[in-house]
Design a protein around this ligand. Sequence first.
Ligand code: S3P
Length: 180
Amino acid sequence: MSARRIVLVGFMGAGKSTTGRAMARRLGWNFCDLDRLIVERSKMSIPQFFQVRGEAAFREEEHSAAASLADESRLVIAAGGGAFAQEQTREVLQQASVSVWLRCRLETSLARIGRGRSRPLAADREKIGALFEARQASYALADVTLDSDGLGPDEMARRVIEALGERVDAGGERRDRCGT
Ligand code: S3P
């Protein structure tokens, strides 16, 4: 049976959002960036959310945002880097989905995320290596793994769609769900 949703998972800077958008364009599917959905629902930026409500509340909101997408079809979801590491959020994301780990090296991730302040968990460069390592086992639970080092979003989107083949039902109208 083909999946009605595709979920991109992986560490910060793996290219989930840019690849997801390019995939949705190619497939004629909708796209949702889970972080953008959280921002819309909470009316707070991600750094603000972490600062005001803390990481535990962010994980709850992330779960509930993911659950709100459970009935969607023809949807590409870019999950935040911690979403698939939370068992309950992972379970919700896996429903009727094929999941893809956009794997990259830590150096690639660090180069892509730069020094911006939009990612609270990337602020401490001492801890990020340990977080990267700790997350690998969860990402490996994805149905498909593809390396994203050195690849731009369009090429990555092409590779993911090719790798998924019959597992997705291509076609349909494009209607952005969120996060354009
Ligand atoms: C996080 C990754 C971020 C965002 C939040 C927490 C994480 O998403 O959800 O800052 O725990 O790795 P991206 O992977 O899209 O940067």
